[in-house]
Structures are given as C-alpha cells and as structure tokens.
Ligand binder design. Sequence first.
Ligand code: GLC
Length: 595
Amino acid sequence: MLVWPVLDHRQTVMRVTTLLILATTVTATVASDADWWQSALIYQIYPRSFRDSNGDGIGDLNGITEKLPYLQQLGVDAIWLSPIFLSPMYDFGYDITDYTKIAPEYGTMDDFDNLMTKAKSLGIRVILDYVPNHTGNESEWFIKSAQRDVEYENYYIWADGVPDPDNASVILPPNNWVSNFRKSAWEYSTTRGQFYLHQFAIGQPDLNYREAKVQQAMKDVLRFWLDKGVSGFRVDAINMMYEVDSAQFGGAYPDEPPSGAEGATPDDYEYLSHIYTRDLDETYYVVYDWRDLLDEYFKKDGEYKIMMTEAYTEITKMIRFYGTETRNGSIPFNFSFLGEINNGSNARDIKMVIDKWMTYMPSGKTANWVNGNHDQSRLASRLGTARVDAMNMLALILPGVALTYQGEEIGMTDGEVSWEQTKDPQACNTDDPVNYWKKSRDPNRTPYHWDASAHAGFSSTTGETWLPVASNYLTLNLAAQMAAEKSHYKFYKDVLTVKKLPAVRFGDLETTAFSESVLVVSRLLPGVPGVVGIVNLSDKEHHLDLTSIKLLPVQLRVVASGINCTHKKDEWMRKSNITVSAHCALLLQTVRRCC
Ligand code: GLC
C-alpha cells in the first residue's frame, strides 16, 4: 500500500498549529491569502452558457454577478471565467481581438469591475483565461502585421508558400502542418502575400514568441488584469506556443512526419506527429517568466496569484510546467480523470490514475483534479450518472486543487445539438452532417439548468438561446436538486464541508483498491479528524473491513452519502463492518482523535 505524505512532518506541524490557532480566532476554514490556492475549489464558468441577464439568449457578466451568491453558498474559492474579451467569436472567445476589452455581448468594463467587487465581498476570487498562443484575426496586431507595419511585422508566424509543381500559378501552403480543427494550418493573406500559421481556426493566427515584442506585449496583458485585482490565470493551449525555429532549417518550416494513427486522413490533426509545433523546450521558460511576474504581485499584496496551464500531452512533459529546482512554474492541469478513466474503469484502474499523478508530481508541488471542462463531454455522459458522485467526491478529497466545470455539481449531461444548430468550429470543420457530433463540443456547452422554467432559468429570451437547452432540464436542474432529499448537488455540498479540514489539506493520502469494485481513499493526519471516501463501482452491495488502514478509529461517521447510498448522514459505522450499497459514493469522517 502506498501512502503519499502531502507535506513533510515539520511543515505539517507548522501548518496544523497555525490552523488550530486560526480556528480559535476566526474559523478553521479560512486559508491565508498566501496559501488559499493550495486546496482551492475552482469553478469554471463558460460565460456564454451560465446566466443571461438581458434576455438576448447569450450568457453575460451581469448574469455571473447575479449568481455569485449561489457560488458562495456552494463553497467555491475562485471562479475561472472562459474568455470574456472582445472577439468575433469564431471559437467563442478563444480568438481575441483585444485582450484588454470586454466582449460587448458579455457586458462592459464597468460590469466586470462590478463583478470583481461583488465577488470580493463574497470571498470569491476571480481567475481569467489567458490565451497566449494566438489572437483573433481581427486583432490590430494581426492587421498591422499583415500590412508589414515595422512594429508588428514579426508578431505572427509568416511563411512563403510553395508553387504547385503541377500548376505554377497555384501557390501551396509552406508545408504539411495541420490545424487542431482539421485541414491545413496555413492560410494565405493577400495583404501580405504570405501564409500565416493557425493551429486552431483560420481566425486564430499563431503569435511568434521568438519576437521579443510579443513576449513583452503578452506580459503587459497579464499586468493589465493583475492591476484590476484578478487572482490568477488559466493559460490556454500552452504547449502549442512555440514552433521550431525556421532559421535552423534554412528559413523554411519543415514537414512533420506522419504519426501512423489508424483511420486518420491527411486533413486530420492526428495524422501527423507534431514534433515541430508542440511541447518545445522554449515554452517552459516563458511560463517560468510569467510565474516571476505573478510573484511580483504576490509580493505587493500578499495574495498568491495562481497560474494553471492547459497542455494535453504526456505526463513527463506536463509536469515540467511545475518548474525546476531553481524556477517556479505553473500548476499543469491534470487531465487524467478525463482521458484515462471511462465508464468501464474499475477501482484498480482509478487507483492507478490517482497514484500516477502523485508519483510524477515533483515533491512539494500542488496536485489538481479536473472532472470536466468546456472541451470535454460531461462527467455524467462520459462515465454514466452512477459515477458522478464518486468522481466529484474524489476530486474534492484528494490533495490540492479541485476543478469543477459549471453544471458538474448537479450532474448535467451533454445536450442534444443538431448539425443545423452546431456552432463549434471543430465540429463545423468536419463538413460532415452525420458524424460531426464526434468532434463537437457544443453538447457540453449547452446552458446551465437553474430550474424548470422556460430555458431552464438561463434566459428570459422569447427567441432561441445561443445553443439549445438540454431536454432533461425539467427534471435535472439545480432548484429540483436543492429541494430533493438526496441529489448530486446535496452530496457535493456535503463533501465540500471537509475540503478545508487540516487532514484534507495536509494529511497523508492512501489509496486502496479493496477489489475491482471498491476504492477507498483516506486522508489522515495524526491528532485531527480525517476522512475516508469509499466508492463502490459495482451493482452489488459490498461489505468492507477497513482495519488495515492505519490511524482509523473504531467508529466512523457518515458525512456525505451519494444518491445511490442507503446510509443516512450522521449515521455511525464500525470500521470493521462497513456496508456500501451498489454504485454508492460514501464519505466517512473520523471524528474522535484518531491516535
Ligand atoms: C483550448 C481551449 C479551447 C480552444 C483552444 C484554442 O484548448 O480550451 O476551447 O478551442 O484552446 O484556443
């Protein structure tokens, strides 16, 4: 059995002592500004789909502000807003025209300031999306770069095309690079007479980080929002930031080799091995520089500014974002719950996924657990409703940061979006009215289900909402779950009551697969109450004897009982005789001193 000490003993004693002192003066759940992030619950808001305050069918900033009290009572520490900046919305805000302006459909800068003030008053921190790999093609930087304005000439990745050997009047793209959204990653600019690189939509030209001015301009963007009081950033598509230096190849960008991926065609991103456009070494040092910049603000106001980076890549490459022995970095998103767990995964598989991150993560760093985001099918649709409570509980009791995508706390499912209603460029680029849904991210972006009223309480529009509301909103909605005796929402809230306990923040982690069906995760710390999460993945009841887990007292109390569990909250159980009903996620607490 493996046990991960989350802090070394000396740190633990110091932290616990500090917390106990705090507990007598304020409340045990208050974290100091310096370490708020290390055990934070971060709630991702996709602004377009959260709450529409002005009835235009599109979510907006005032809608978020209106719902902040809900997020406060839910218990979130910080909200991460997907991009809210001026954009033509080809990729729904990930194509930015101006990093320092608010998209008019989301509101004004005054609305943003108001959101910040309200959030602060409720103790909720605000984290913004930072999109450094590309701007939108309506950006002034891009327009001037296409015009070869000296100041902006090298802001983007430009290259000459090659004449078609079969028809000299046709100019082909510089090489075979493919966009994440399919087809050539190069687009011709008639203004400049060259191709520009876009690793996503045509409207998302890639910035050139070999140009010092770009590095500076993007640092200015960080400062702009830090000066406005944000508590950090989620960094988009970070591992795509650098391309190979064309100077090493005589001024041209070389072809990427085929990956051999089964079924992939030359138009598919998976067709190539992205050795020249992904995970380049230079990327890490830019992230470490940004960390230094964020730390300047930490020194100024004592509030640690979080930075979380998005890179879908191998774990060894991901964890380099954490930093080196001499440089601090970011928290790389841990996407293993999304990519390595499916509806057939058993308890041993899930244990291995948890253990893997803890094993690769450099010691002293902060783990994180992502159960969903705006790019992935929803938890309930991916793993089945029966696993929603289990996965939410694991993310909340494991060490470090938990990330919840809006709606996962109530177990929302993917909505139904027809080809005609499809908006996601990744799906539209398939040009396939039959199989588009395999690539579409629209179903997981449908509006939040507040209640059973029209448009699920998302919007008062008399027309259509920007994406259709999922049809199950009449029964699956927040109001219904608040009123029900048992619900995903109630379970989630009950689990959250333990997240700030010293044992959950600093205690050791032990993961045990008692069988293929039962996973037990304990978070224990000598001298203070600890917790034990039990997940039964099977459709049969199981009996457990937990005496093999060290430090557990004889009696345990039920703190949270999932929708499929027969146990009542506050019921007592003996550690040697625990019964877990089919598909039940159960959280127990050691209330007495455990040793
Ligand atoms: C990230 C975002 C995704 C976007 C892409 C391009 O992966 O999460 O939504 O389409 O980057 O910015």
